[in-house]
Design a protein around this ligand. Structure first.
Ligand code: HEM
Length: 155
């Protein structure tokens, strides 16, 4: 057993398929790391006084997570994921439609987080801490569902 199957070599990617899959999963890890850490930063940021040195430090950290980790990782996960999907003709299959809906939602969540970060940077604290903590659970729940869909392919 070498970790991939003969059927992985069919399609326009040919022998590159497992390489593309490795790249996909590497950037999935980076993307998820960013999605887990950014809302945690927001919880800490909430506790600072707008305009303070601490407030400015969180604004800078958050900006770096978004521009260095989240945005590039998300784009690369999409790029490699779509290559895999076209290669295996995943469109129309039940598990893939469900996964696609979840990753679109996760991408939307990232957009929402970017907008929320800009509000924090402007001195606003729109959400209750408790609501923000509940929002923090979104990427974890999405990851459980997505991994189950791609590995188990229950439908
Ligand atoms: C952003 C858009 C994404 C697209 C278009 C996409 C698409 C795909 C496709 C087509 C495969 C190949 C499945 C197979 O060979 O059976 C795959 C593999 C995989 N994806 Fe994604 N994916 C995306 C995002 C994600 C995310 C966010 C996660 C996890 C949180 C994830 C986790 C995985 C895993 C674990 C595999 C490996 C499954 C296997 O061993 O075959 N993907 N992806």
């Amino acid at each position: 057993m070498n970790g991939f199957h003969g059927s992985d070599l069919v399609g326009f990617l040919g022998a590159a398929y497992p390489w593309v899959k490795s790249a996909h999963l590497t950037f999935v890890i980076f993307w998820m790391a960013g999605l887990f850490i950014l809302p945690r930063f927001y919880v800490y940021h909430h506790e600072t006084t707008p305009g303070s040195a601490e407030d400015r430090a969180w604004i800078e950290r958050e900006k770096r997570v978004r521009s260095i980790i989240l945005t590039p990782a998300m784009l690369l996960v999409w790029l490699f994921g779509l290559l895999l999907a076209f290669n295996i003709g995943a469109f129309g299959q039940g598990w893939f439609s469900a996964k696609l809906a979840l990753v679109v939602a996760l991408t939307g969540y990232q957009g929402w987080m970017g907008a929320y970060g800009r509000k924090l940077a402007g001195g606003a604290r729109p959400l209750e801490n408790k609501t923000l903590r509940i929002m923090n659970e979104v990427p974890g729940i999405a990851a459980v569902l997505i991994v189950t869909l791609v590995i188990v392919k229950p439908f």
